[in-house]
Design a binder for this molecule. Sequence first.
Ligand code: ATP
Ligand code: MN
Length: 463
Amino acid sequence: MDYRRTYVRDLFALAPGTDTSAYGWVKTRRDSKGLSFVQLSDGSCFKDLQVIFNEGVVPADILKQITTGACLRIDGTIVESPAAGQSVELLATSVELYGAADPVTYPLQKKGASFEYLREIAHLRGRGNTFGAVYRVRNRAAYATHTFFQKRGFQYIHTPIITASDAEGAGAMFAVSTKLEAHDGKYKLTSHDPSEDFFGKPAFLTVSGQLEAETLAMGLTNVYTFGPTFRAENSSTSRHLAEFWMIEPEMAFCDLAGDMNLAEEFLKEVIGDIMENCGDDLAFFNQRIEPQLLETLGHVVNSPFERLTYTEAIKLLEQGGEKFEYPIHWGADLQSEHERWLTEVKVGRPVILTDYPKEIKAFYMRANEDGKTVRAMDVLAPRIGEIIGGSQREERLDVLEARILEMGLPLEAYWWYLDLRRYGSAPHAGFGLGFERLLLYVTGMKNIRDVIPYHRTPGHAEF
Ligand code: ATP
Ligand code: MN
């Protein structure tokens, strides 16, 4: 057996009369008038292959085991299909059963199982229609991401996952230590002194690769990261994971306008690529998960994003006459309900908000002349709110130092970050895009736990 084989995807293109083999898992089987019809899937495409078993072709004891979930190879001949919606099917001549799946206990039996239930059997859900489609779209989105940046000369860099600088300040962190041991279901701390720990100081899982990406942009010009990111936020929302994947481009010689242009081009190009290459999967999401998905995505690809300053957005929100759970005023951070009102009710497509109050944004964002706002930008999308957060970075040493002190942060911790401003500083900008937020948007799935194979959320890390 060799990895080289004809995927189900490619079997559809074979001429009738061709002898071939199909490998995969049984989705369903039904019998009629001595014939058996099996829907076979290998995950290579949305469509299942229909396989026909004439009476007597397969020994009765084997046929009995060809039930939902069973894994097999079928040798046969491609024939024209009389059934609607498929060009060809496979007429079986023999079968090798690799693994049966007892119909009494196989957990992925029932049609219409809830997503909550499927999360409990995440190790099997990839065999079904919805999750097969989610994972194929996820794969294509990753591929399109690399293509997008590589085409533009960005260099793919890898920033560390473990970091001893708690300087990023983007969210609550998970500690990394070898001094914590688990015995008999209890924790034991074998040292209270960080200097005795593995890294000689407190270490954490990264919340963002941005600061490190900035160091490489100051030398390689345009770079991007695409890797796992961790936040110990104890919130169980449908938009937050404790472990998620983030795409972070960082560009030297770029300002906020350039940053927004890149973000908009990125979303349009990646969504366009997925529409072109995952048509069957998106048609399924459109039909079963989110009505009007295709229309919305087409609209995103073809119309310019609305650009507003934070101050303008606050005015719209105040004058909109909508009752919000969290009252809105200048200086307040936007809640998801505000983001959704702006994108869904007011504008009807993605919105880029800029120039937020400095108090609600990170220390590294470039200060505006008004002394009150910074060159931040968030891309907000209908249905999910914030999908991208970015900014032009503060490249002036004195301004950055003053800002760090003003926020009560220790200057020493940022010595290497400040060095970038000390030696050969340049205007630069970048953003962070949550890969799973993008997938929520593209698939129409409602819960972020359902667009990653194994979700990490409070209380959930088993598999
Ligand atoms: P939010 O306000 O939505 O919690 P944030 O402002 O904390 O997000 P940033 O620090 O700006 O997020 O991170 C950049 C991007 O990473 C966000 O725009 C979002 O797409 C994504 N992101 C942030 N936190 C999470 C999370 N816990 N799970 C999944 N994606 C996330
Ligand atoms: Mn943000």
